[in-house]
Design a protein around this ligand. Structure first.
Ligand code: RP5
Length: 202
């Protein structure tokens, strides 16, 4: 079983390696506890829908080229790991981090935003009561955040960050939005044309 220090050593050695950025993860997903995973699933779903792939080997990106990695990093139980993750993020080639935490002391997103700055961190408050601690940053220390539980939007936002540099991701985001609009048009026409009773039964 690896220790926290083993994980820190791994991050630091990856940061010091001269790995080709083409082969390293683009998006980092971190969360305060594995109990946050059900709420964070949306971030994986959004990235998967946009054609990203999960990368578990730091220097071995699958063919799809755009990838994400994920770790559990607790601000309060493993502050040294949080620090190492944020501090090595740029050197490890991450372009954006999605960070989720719950409870009233949901400090992983806000602290990671400060440590990893200027890499953007998209905070996901796992519960309503976590919102204030995720977004309550002082002037000069920014964080981007989604509403409580809206991790799917965090995945889309992470892709938006990458889309400024990569046309392929921008095209996927636009296609996703067109699908979304098509879905609204479908239900709108059905509701009108079938009437409320027919719509309920469809
Ligand atoms: C937070 O404490 C985590 O992000 C999680 O939402 C919450 C509870 O963690 P567990 O006690 O379930 O591990 O730091």
């Amino acid at each position: 079983m690896p220790s926290v220090q083993d994980l820190i050593d791994r991050l630091e050695s990856e940061a010091e390696s001269d790995a080709d950025p083409e082969t390293t993860p683009d998006v980092g997903i971190i969360m305060g506890s594995d109990s946050d995973l059900p709420t964070m699933e949306g971030a994986y779903d959004a990235l998967d829908e946009l054609g990203f792939a999960e990368q578990t080997d730091f220097t071995d990106a699958p063919d799809s080229r755009f990838t994400y990695e994920s770790y559990v990093v607790s601000a309060h139980r493993t502050p040294e790991l949080m620090y190492a993750y944020g501090e090595t993020a740029a050197a490890r080639g991450l372009d954006v981090i999605i960070a989720g935490a719950g409870g009233k002391s949901a400090d992983l997103p806000n602290m990671t935003a400060s440590i990893a700055y200027p890499i953007p961190v998209i905070g996901v408050p796992v519960q309503e009561k976590s919102v204030d601690s995720v977004i309550g940053m002082p002037t000069g220390a920014p964080i981007v955040a989604v509403d409580a539980g809206k991790s799917f939007n965090a995945g889309l936002s992470a892709a938006q960050v990458l889309a400024r540099e990569h046309d392929a991701i921008e095209e996927r985001l636009i296609a996703y939005h067109e699908d979304l609009k098509g879905g609204v048009a479908d239900v709108s026409a059905d509701l009108h044309d079938l009437g409320i009773d027919g719509f309920r039964e469809r």
